[in-house]
Design a protein around this ligand. Sequence first.
Ligand code: TMP
Length: 258
Amino acid sequence: MNKRRRVYEGKAKVLYEGPEPGTLIQHFKDDATAFNNKKHALIEGKGVLNNRISEHIFVKLGEIGVPTHFVRRLNMREQLIREVEIIPLEVVVRNVAAGSLAQRLGLEEGKALPRSIIEFYYKNDGLGDPMVCEEHITAFGWANPPEIDEIMALALRINDFLVGLFCGIGIRLVDFKVEFGRLWENEQMRIVLADEISPDCCRLWDAATSDKLDKDRFRRDLGGVLEAYQEVARRLGVLTENPRPKGSGPVLVSSKPH
Ligand code: TMP
């Protein structure tokens, strides 16, 4: 199975060569990392959940006309995607003060922001993904002004859609990170949503209790990481398996003597 050519290995995913030119296979691992890889653990089953959650969200975004790299899910851990040229930016959209924004500006975590805020980080692990502004992005040629406009418009559409999607299942979308890529079709270039959208790269708080249902459970040692991801998957309706009955052991189907 692993005779396929590995194109790229990231912290939580591996990309393999796809079945035809212009395609790749995106494989979701169980690895969880935080603080630029300083903290690492295996969370068994996380990759399977993220594959399903991300598939669900990318399909729904595709249905409202957001172009994405997603083609179809192949199996429990893998999806077929279009090969794109990744723009080296982590695009963060925030609705509520939390994480690094709360820290940097001394804001109270949980306070709604006056409006949604977009931030850019330069995707470079060696530098710890530093925050950058549009001047850096254009001066260093990571994206040009029309591409930045398109990225911001897409990021806000994605945010509007996701806020509603999660609100409908009792979850507050605090913030999230997305990545975009360039896709060429017949000499034409389009910016498309790439990578993944899962609890690994979102802050998702239960609307009633404010319980964290995302990777902050891992970053902040809160425990119950897999259970939180399962809860998100369950509420999105992508967990189809019935939970195993607890402690009942084998069930006697028939006790009739032969
Ligand atoms: P931050 O508050 O730590 O800057 O994170 C903002 C959002 O981006 C949050 O939803 C988590 C996500 N994120 C990633 O997906 N990858 C990262 O490396 C970091 C730092 C944040």
